[in-house]
Design a binder for this molecule. Structure first.
Ligand code: PBG
Length: 331
């Protein structure tokens, strides 16, 4: 309810910095950030990702250093993505559930270094481990089969949980995987491991740089439209989210971020559960490209996009800009 002009002049509260700060509806802090990190084999190794300027793949020791940096910056959680060596990729992605794979060794090293001071979120999907770059097992026609894939994802999630992951995050979009993973965790003595489901994950053109970073992009034939969602659909996203909640997800993710703010708002209003957004690799790269092209300054461009996620209803945001954002937010 608003009186008409001049009884109401909405500019009154905007006139000074103290008043703007008093009336600010949404706050963001470094505690709202999750920092995605790419892992490679080796020691002391850092490989810049060409399509993500400013982002590198790190060997385990480098990831441990980033994890300590996250703690120092007040970032509560990191998300890990391995770039599996070529020789360990296979049609069936079996390396995904090897308890000594790059992911599990990294989880243990980070846990050793930071104890319980940092959340470790791990991606559950087969694309960093398959020779074809799909998130699941493919049949003769190239179709990603659902139920056999789910069985492998359960083994992958349990291996990650046993290595010390706090949150397993299935990003594969198979039907029924949240229930199966929840039961797998229960039956394997991991009842307190959270599931953050990539519940509404769209078949997006914004994932290109990520696929470079994990080395799946060049291998991928075709697309992921038979399992990731059609960008035109909103009601279907709510059905995906409802199912994942019913199957045992502790929180849900909408991905990509900025193009799907309506889904975030609808999900939060409908289900009143923690909703996270993934500001994906293409979104990061576009900000960097914009800065390089003189569109504007990096910091304000970034912070305006990040606050939009909070305003839309997010509990937090996965972003490759997390360390920069945390530095800005910490002053
Ligand atoms: C893999 C996965 C993808 C991303 C996160 N997990 C890529 C894909 O589905 O092809 C994308 C993240 C990003 O673009 O930053 N299942």
């Amino acid at each position: 309810m608003t009186a008409s002009y001049p009884a109401t002049r909405l500019r009154r509260t905007r006139a000074t910095a103290w008043s703007r700060s008093l009336h600010r509806e949404t706050v963001m802090t470094s505690a709202d950030l999750i920092w995605p990190l790419f892992i490679i084999e080796g020691k002391g190794a850092e490989e810049p990702v060409a399509s993500l300027p400013g982002v590198s793949r790190w060997s385990i020791d480098g990831i441990v250093a980033r994890a300590k940096e996250a703690v120092d910056l007040g970032i509560p959680c990191i998300a890990l993505f391995p770039n599996t060596p070529d020789g360990k990729r296979s049609d069936d992605g079996a390396e995904a559930y090897n308890s000594d794979n790059l992911m599990c060794r990294t989880i243990r090293a980070v846990r050793d270094a930071v104890g319980g001071d940092l959340g470790i979120l791990t991606d559950v999907a087969l694309d960093p481990y398959t020779t074809h770059g799909q998130d699941g097992l493919v049949d003769g026609s190239g179709y990603v089969v659902n139920d056999n894939t789910v069985a492998v994802l359960v083994d992958q999630a349990v291996a990650q949980a046993e290595a010390g992951a706090d949150i397993v995050a299935p990003s594969d979009m198979m039907d029924g995987r949240v229930h199966a993973i929840r039961m797998g965790l229960e039956m394997n003595g991991q009842p307190n491991v959270q599931i953050m489901s990539y519940a509404a994950k769209y078949a997006s053109a914004f994932y290109g740089p990520f696929r470079d970073a994990v080395g799946s992009g060049g291998r991928l034939k075709g697309d992921k439209k038979s399992y990731q969602m059609d960008p035109a659909n909103g009601d279907e996203a709510l059905r995906e989210i409802a199912m994942d909640i019913a199957e045992g997800a502790d929180s849900v993710m909408v991905k990509p971020g900025l193009a799907y703010l309506d889904i975030i708002t609808r999900a939060k209003a409908r289900f009143e559960i923690p909703v996270f957004a993934y500001q994906v690799s293409g979104e990061y790269a576009l900000i960097e490209a914009g800065v390089a092209a003189g569109v504007g300054e990096r910091e304000p461009l970034l912070m305006e996009k990040l606050i939009a996620f909070k305003r839309a209803g997010c509990s937090g945001v996965l972003t490759y800009h997390a360390p920069l954002a945390a530095r800005l937010l910490n002053g």
